[in-house]
Design a protein around this ligand. Structure first.
Ligand SMILES: Nc1ncnc2c1ncn2[C@@H]1O[C@H](COP(=O)(O)OP(=O)(O)OP(=O)(O)O)[C@@H](O)[C@H]1O
Length: 883
């Protein structure tokens, strides 16, 4: 599987969950993959057909999306095509049913209407899976319900014993259950990954819709657009989209337009120009969203509050798909929030209407939030988090002003209660502001004591306060049909009660940007200024001036290659790969092939050209060749250094995956790319060591993961007191019950040494005694870090030593070089090398040279090089392996 990954996609490691899902599909099991936007779900259905040499059928909702995918796959040497209304080539269907394609995309309409004979012919030719991409479209609870998706279960009749795989980035629990039911999945493997896109910066700002703002926005975009990647501006109306598009065009920015009122040809053209980098900015309505996989989109702007949080996550998920730092800004105005009726009109059933309303309200809450935006997004999708601040959104990075707003909160809460809790927000706010409108007089609200007591602040200020009171749980919004009402929660009631009976408690709240604007009566136009961070310099940390020049020259070279072959530049290779090529500046095709992201097709088709171009450029720029790539990604940039001097790379990696990528201990233990899993106990000890070396650790999360409670800590304290020393662990362990492990003792001692309070960080009792006992009993009683080897030392099979498990390059693999005593020393030839390497799971150069001792070292090296460039072998962590 790994060799297929490198050969066709150029990557040397699977991302989390990819390998497990592929293995399940290869085993014939149904799967549901709910993973973040841009996490690499497509690979889960793209690898099996290449391994099994049978067709994968992929149901996808958008034709343009299929065309993109087919173009990229063809660039990788994979046979793919699509069937749908825009397919002009009449031979595709015939070729498809005779099994000529590795991957065949179909619209749901086509899949449900095509003749049963097609399926029976394709089944005879060989079909390895049916993938339903964007599977949330199946559910009425989803934000993009499509009727045709609901009929896909009918395909089960034709595709007996073919595994189905559903994939989506936006499925809440309800939606997941709908997908499983609708696709009739029995005993499916379900993978739910983190939704976190930690290279994305999230920011929100209120704005005044109009030309002045658009001009400012265009001005900001023009500063970075020519040098950075692409930008998408999502608008909620066609009118906004056209206005912004015109302004960009008149500013000389290469922009495209995409919305539902354009003809399909014009839309297609716009889409194609954007993905081919002929356009820098795409101004679009949400029609341009799902599935767009252009890796170098650096900035996504939402101009207006989106209709649901799911659609915001989908839209912003188009950004930074190559893992580099990228920015998502959302601009909203209060008037956006009045569009609920408009969106609900799309609904056919009460259930759909309720779903639309709920997700629209979630989008509004996201706009008004004063706490971490990432946290809010992830929790919305049901993710359990331990961090409170992500450090990469506007609310976490800007210093916020806070003040006591208890008086104003008291006024608003009292007024809402006096109005009876049957109204939306406008009524109590109008009452506070002293309005004598007909409905206020008719309801006698002008007689209320609170009438006219809130004139000091404009309506939007009160709305911003209400937003905060909702977020902090003092107010609750209720949705009935189309109507939203606001009422006091028990916390709000309690606050009112204590304000009346005892001294008014303080209520410290954040003064939001909107409040500041309203208070200072300076709702200036053009507040986009300064918000779009300087994208031009983004992602060039560690690049010299000459390297930046080389990078841009290579981008140009890629653009020319793409133009000549009629494809998109990113389909040739991604920006991240170009950055690595810039840093390494390979002098041979072998070195080029070794770079992560470079696939076989790229080397075979463009290798000579790329090497020649680099050769010319490095001379011009006076740069050396064959360096080391240390391209800094946003992820490493945000929170952490690239290494920690006191830690081995394995420990540092384990810590990084746990603390930064928030993987579980089990996930780290099985993290792809190692020759064998690390024991879970070892992972925990790595984390403890990382903490001792000064790496930041979320102790409440770690203690929860390992089941360390206050109760256990008291027992350990007691045992230490009995033993009279904390120097040796064994005597302490012997004083403790079975379920207290060495890991618990180690963690406890580390916390003590680092001065971490066990009271503040631990649960008093085990929350799930079964889990914590079993987790901590799994291989944790034995002393840690013992290398596991029960192998026969005379065996020829290479042994994986611990440094390999840890992912650090092994200096010498454990192949025992033995020649038959009577045999003539073997001579290194292509075939001999290949045959010999096939026996092992990775051998280092010195062992190969030792074995083929009849040949000179440089002959062996040259032979290895040519086998590598032909993709017959590959090198990973210093070990040569057969593809
Ligand atoms: N193992 C890997 N290593 C490096 N890059 C990868 C890996 N797997 C996938 N990618 C790249 O990640 C990018 C996003 O992948 P993909 O389009 O499959 O995402 P997705 O999960 O389907 O996202 P969405 O739901 O937003 O459409 C692609 O450019 C893909 O080539």
């Amino acid at each position: 599987m790994e060799s297929t990954l490198k050969r066709y996609f150029g990557y040397s490691q699977f991302r989390p969950y990819q390998k497990e899902i592929i293995e399940m599909v290869l085993d014939g099991r149904d799967c549901l993959a709910v993973m973040a936007t841009g996490s690499g779900k497509s690979l889960c259905y793209q690898i099996p057909p290449l391994v099994k040499k049978k067709t994968a059928v992929v149901i996808s909702p958008l034709l343009s999306l299929m065309q993109d995918q087919v173009m990229s796959l063809n660039q990788r040497g994979i046979k793919a095509d699509y069937l749908g209304s825009t397919q002009k080539d009449s031979t595709v269907q015939c070729n498809a049913e005779s099994g000529r394609f590795d991957i065949l995309y179909m619209t749901p309409e086509k899949a449900c209407s095509i003749s049963p004979r097609f399926w029976s012919n394709l089944s005879k030719a060989g079909i390895c899976l049916l993938a339903v991409d964007e599977a949330h479209c199946i559910s009425e609870w989803g934000h993009d319900f499509r009727k045709e998706y609901k009929q896909l279960d009918a395909l089960r009749e034709h595709l007996v014993d073919v595994p189905f795989i559903g994939l989506t980035a936006t499925a809440t629990e309800k939606v997941r259950q709908d997908i499983l039911r609708s696709l009739k999945m029995t005993d499916p493997y379900i993978a739910v990954g983190s939704f976190d896109r930690n290279n994305l910066f999230y920011g929100v700002k209120s704005f005044a819709r109009g030309m002045a703002f658009v001009d400012e926005l265009v001005n900001e975009i023009s500063k970075y657009v020519a040098t950075s990647g692409s930008t998408i501006i999502y608008c909620t109306t066609v009118k906004d989209a056209e206005q912004i598009f015109k302004s960009l065009e008149s500013a000389g920015i290469r922009a495209g337009l995409y919305h539902g009122q354009m003809g399909s040809k014009a839309r297609e053209e716009s889409h194609r120009s954007f993905i081919r980098d002929d356009l820098h900015v795409m101004v679009a309505t949400i029609a341009f969203g799902m599935g767009i996989d252009k890796p170098n989109i650096r900035c996504v702007i939402h101009y207006g509050c989106p209709k649901s949080l799911e659609s915001y996550y989908q839209g912003s998920g188009r950004c930074g798909r190559d893992g580099l730092a990228s920015i998502c800004w959302l601009y909203y105005t209060r008037s956006d929030f009045a569009k609920a009726d408009f969106y609900c009109a799309e609904a056919d059933t009460v259930k759909q209407r309720q779903a639309i309303m709920e997700s629209f309200m979630a989008a509004q809450r996201y706009c008004l939030l004063t706490t971490c935006r990432r946290r809010f997004l992830l929790e919305y999708f049901g993710e359990k988090l331990t961090f409170t601040k992500c450090g990469n959104c506007d609310n976490c990075t800007s210093s916020k002003m806070e003040r006591d707003m208890s008086r104003e909160a008291l006024l608003l809460l009292t007024c809402i209660r006096s109005c009876g809790g049957h109204w939306g927000l406008n009524m109590p706010i109008d009452v506070l502001r002293g309005s004598r409108s007909k409905r206020i007089v008719d309801n006698h609200f002008d007689k209320l004591p609170s009438h006219g007591t809130g004139k000091d602040y404009p309506p939007n200020w009160w709305k911003a306060l209400a937003g905060q009171l909702i977020a902090h749980g003092y107010l609750k919004e209720n949705v009935q049909d189309y109507f939203r009402t606001i009422s006091l929660s028990p916390t709000g009631q309690q606050f009112l009660h204590s304000s009346i009976t005892v001294d008014q408690p303080q209520l410290i709240l954040t003064v939001t940007n909107e409040m500041v604007d309203e208070e200072e009566h300076r709702f200036e136009q053009g507040n986009a200024k300064g918000d779009l961070q300087n994208l031009a310099s983004l992602g060039f940390e560690g690049f010299s001036e000459a390297e930046v020049k080389l990078y841009h020259m290579l981008l140009e070279m890629r653009m020319n290659l793409a133009k000549n072959t009629g494809t998109a530049p990113y389909a040739i290779c991604g920006d991240q790969t170009i950055k690595k090529i810039t840093k390494i500046r390979p002098s041979t095709k072998v070195r080029l092939a070794n770079i992560d992201g470079v696939n076989q097709h790229l080397v075979a088709n463009y290798g000579d050209h790329i090497i020649q171009t680099i050769n010319d450029m490095v001379q011009e720029l006076k740069l050396s060749r064959d360096g080391v790539a240390t391209v800094q990604t946003a992820i490493t940039k945000r929170v952490m250094p690239n290494s920690h001097k006191g830690l081995s790379s394995a420990k540092f990696d384990a810590w990084r995956l746990w603390q930064n990528n928030r993987l579980s201990i089990q996930e780290i233990s099985h993290f792809p790319g190692r020759s064998a899993p690390i024991k879970e106990g070892t992972v925990i000890l790595y984390l403890i060591d990382a903490a001792r070396e000064g790496c930041e650790i979320s102790w409440p999360r770690l203690c929860k993961d390992i089941g360390l409670t206050q109760e256990i800590c008291s027992k350990i304290e007691g045992a230490i007191a009995k033993v009279g020393s904390r120097e040796r662990l064994k005597p302490i362990k012997e004083e403790l019950p079975e379920d207290v492990s060495y890991v618990h003792i180690r963690a406890f001692l580390t916390m003590q040494d680092l001065g971490i309070s066990t009271k503040d960080n631990l649960d008093p009792q085990p929350s799930n005694p079964e889990l914590s006992a079993s987790q901590t009993n799994t291989n944790l009683h034995s002393p840690p870090l013992t290398a596991c080897s029960n192998e026969n030392p005379t065996r020829k099979q290479p042994r994986t030593d611990e440094s390999q498990i840890e992912g650090t390059p092994s200096k010498k693999s454990h192949v025992i070089v033995e020649h038959e005593s009577s045999a003539i020393p073997p001579e290194a030839t292509d075939t001999a090398l290949l045959e010999w390497l096939t026996k092992y799971d990775g051998v280092d150069l010195s062992t190969i040279v030792e074995y083929f001792n009849d040949s000179k070292e440089d002959v062996v090296v040259n032979l290895l090089g040519s086998l590598e460039s032909e993709f017959l072998i590959y090198k990973k962590n210093g070990l040569y392996r057969v593809m």
